[in-house]
Design a protein around this ligand. Structure first.
Ligand SMILES: [Zn+2]
Length: 162
């Protein structure tokens, strides 16, 4: 069931409650497709591996502890595997123990968030602002200085050492 169908099944009152549950945090539910990188589905399939396509274009999740980027500790930049936009600096990476590469903050202006209703409790999904590619989910149980945990699929990123 896709997101639009789920949203259409939810009464407005419930949506309002969900928004309140998010405690006034910035919540967006805008169209994920971004204007500047509008490829056809066929072009995306040619550009990405099947596993990357599943994550970036269909909001999939890779198995935990499967990404080689978990063991990447060099300085550098993590860029979107879809379009190459720099999303995270290695200085914001931390060991979350969750099995997915985790960061305490994205590079400013590189991602946007929206509510994801795929599980019972809504989560905050985030995606590359340039190509709309799904990256992961952000939680409020991260370390200082932000207290946030940006939990990212390794397959949705490429690492460029400095
Ligand atoms: Zn991108």
């Amino acid at each position: 069931m896709n997101r639009r169908r789920v949203l259409s099944l939810l009464p407005g009152g419930l949506l309002a409650c969900v928004a309140l549950l998010m405690n006034g945090k910035h919540v967006e539910a805008k169209n994920m497709e971004h204007k500047s990188w509008r490829l056809t589905e066929e072009e995306w399939r040619r550009r990405l591996t099947p596993a990357q396509y599943r994550i970036l274009r269909e909001q999939g999740t890779e198995p935990p502890f499967s990404s080689p980027l978990l063991h990447e500790h060099r300085p550098g930049l993590y860029v979107c595997a879809g379009c190459g936009l720099a999303l995270f600096d290695a200085s914001s990476k931390f060991e979350s123990g969750t099995g997915w590469p985790s960061f305490h903050a994205p590079i400013e202006g590189s991602v946007e968030t929206r509510l994801d209703f795929r599980l019972v409790l809504p989560r905050r999904e985030y995606h590359c602002i340039r190509c709309g590619g799904h990256q992961g989910h952000v939680f409020d149980d991260g370390p200082p200085p932000t207290g946030q945990r940006w939990c990212n699929n390794g397959l949705a990123l490429q690492f460029i050492p400095r």
